[in-house]
Design a protein around this ligand. Structure first.
Ligand SMILES: Nc1nc2c(ncn2[C@@H]2O[C@H](COP(=O)(O)OP(=O)(O)O)[C@@H](O)[C@H]2O)c(=O)[nH]1
Ligand SMILES: [Mg+2]
Length: 479
């Protein structure tokens, strides 16, 4: 049998063909029908070499796609040297087996690819547990159906008569119980974590202002990530692009840099039992200082996507905020500075180059006041990428806070604070008084506030008050 093809669900560096059935109620972008699945497959490490779709009134029971199309699919795989076919649907185990018989390739469905991505992205203990539970939940019913099939074959075999249980059958019973037991164990562990709410209320690293890219799959996050951090050097090398680390230094010019992360993407019609693992995996985004919400405004579903991202982030923020307050109370520490602060947010209206007219963009800008039109595609010298220079400037401002010229006094032994000032602010003059250093400096309001909140005994010269927090949109975004 060719079940061996599915021993390994991973598709890292495999050549894949994408397949889809378009039903009357299918939701997809007609201008880019395979966009999302392609971005998902690439995120899982596959190299997409071809696509094939079919319009149907309803799916075919045994094979989902029409049987005539299966021969076409096989020919396409032969021609393109593809090892894998990824379907843009959830398929039953029976359908997978039937398709595999004709196409003679590893057949995966959309949920399996998504789960694989979540598994590779889960960093916290909670996220890892959630992903494994989802994998067991998704795999378990598929195994059951496979067992039922095997049981039927075993029942008719010469080795066992009616009422005898073959050794294979016993093994399957045991496996089934093991899956259940493992799931029970994981759920218990998860309950413990959630009851304790022992999320590390991570203090942000003062040396690194962190920026996270969030948004739907196919919105352009990875392209933007590449373009901003490497001038698009890796954009064409798809395979390498998915293998590289997901956080890189982003040089904003003038000696200022921040850390930029490409986070796990939202997925259209996320299957119900994958929601928990998605949210747990996304939670790392709540620890960023600034979130760039990337929106593909050329997608007909853009408005829906925007609302969904907004709602989900708000839910996450509320959860983390509660956990953070609890933790602070428990520690008897009520200083506001130690509480978790939600990241600032900026919405990037991406793929503006694909909009057919300017009025569409104007509508978006009205709808989302704190937004910036952008194109994530790397530009050329003659035709620089729209919005990227502006974005870099904005992020630079936000990461520094308002710049002021101040005279500061700090203890000489606070070498760390002094070093931070030297690297992140401009020192104009320096003097020594007893055991203190007096520096005249051009310093960002944010940097100063953070240094002081970390316990540095920095005094501002009399008569000079640090600027009050800004009330511009950037600061307004935190509430
Ligand atoms: N026309 C156009 N296409 C874009 C732009 N940004 C991204 N894309 C395309 O959209 C697809 C998805 O991009 P990707 O960065 O992988 O999205 P991600 O899933 O959010 O990481 C790719 O085919 C990109 O070439 C853009 O600004 N303009
Ligand atoms: Mg991506």
């Amino acid at each position: 049998m060719n079940t061996s093809k599915r021993d390994e669900v991973k598709i890292q560096s495999e050549r894949a063909v994408l397949a889809a059935v378009r039903l009357p109620d299918s939701r997809y972008n007609p201008d880019d029908p395979f966009g999302e699945l392609k971005a998902l497959a690439e995120q899982a490490g596959a190299v997409v070499v071809g696509t094939l779709d079919q319009m149907l009134q309803r799916p075919i029971a045994g094979t989902y796609i029409g049987t005539g199309k299966l021969d076409e699919l096989k020919a396409l795989c032969d021609e393109l040297g593809a090892q894998t076919v990824i379907f843009d649907h959830e398929l039953s185990p029976k359908q997978i087996a039937n398709i595999e018989k004709t196409v003679e390739r590893k057949i995966l469905d959309r949920s399996e690819v998504i789960l694989d991505i979540f598994a590779s992205r889960a960093t916290t203990h909670e996220a890892k547990l959630q992903v494994e539970i989802a994998q067991l939940e998704y795999t378990y019913p598929r195994l059951r159906s496979m067992w039922a099939h095997l049981e039927r074959i075993a029942g008719g075999s010469a080795s066992g008569g009616v009422g005898t249980r073959g050794p294979g059958e016993q093994q399957l019973e045991i496996d089934r119980r093991l899956v259940q037991r493992r799931k029970g164990h994981l759920k218990q562990e998860l309950d413990k974590i959630q009851a304790r709410k022992e999320r590390s209320v991570e203090k942000r690293n003062i040396d690194n202002f962190t920026v996270g890219l969030v948004g739907y799959t196919n919105a352009g996050k990875s392209n933007l990530f590449n373009s901003l951090t490497e001038g698009g050097a890796y954009a064409d090398d798809r395979l390498f692009a998915t293998l590289m680390t997901r956080t890189r230094k982003w040089d904003l010019g003038g000696g200022v840099d921040v850390m930029l992360s490409d986070t796990v993407g939202f997925v259209r019609d996320l299957p119900h039992n994958l929601v928990a693992s998605f949210k747990a995996t996304l939670e790392e985004a709540t620890h960023a200082d600034l979130l760039l919400i990337v929106l593909d405004v050329s997608d007909p579903a853009a408005e829906l996507h925007y609302k969904e991202v907004d709602r989900t982030l708000q839910e996450l923020f509320d959860e983390v905020s509660k956990a953070s307050e609890k933790a602070a109370k428990k520690a008897g520490n009520d200083r506001a500075v130690d509480h978790w602060q939600p990241p600032k947010r900026l919405v990037l209206l991406n793929k503006v180059d694909r909009l057919k007219n300017n009025s569409e963009l104007l509508i978006w800008q009205q709808r989302v006041p704190n937004s910036l039109p952008i194109s994530a595609l790397p530009g050329t010298d003659d035709n620089p990428s729209r919005g990227q220079a502006e974005l870099t400037g904005l992020v630079r401002e936000v990461s520094l806070g308002e710049i002021q010229e101040l005279t500061l006094s700090l203890p000489m032994r606070d070498a760390k604070a002094l070093h931070t000032l030297e690297t992140k602010a401009e020192i104009l003059d320096r003097d020594y008084e007893d055991d203190r250093v007096i520096v005249r400096t051009r310093v960002g309001q944010r940097l100063l506030a953070e240094l002081r909140s970390r316990g540095s005994d920095i005094r501002v010269n009399e008569g000079q008050d640090p600027a009050p927090p800004r009330t511009s949109w950037r600061d307004a975004q935190t509430s």
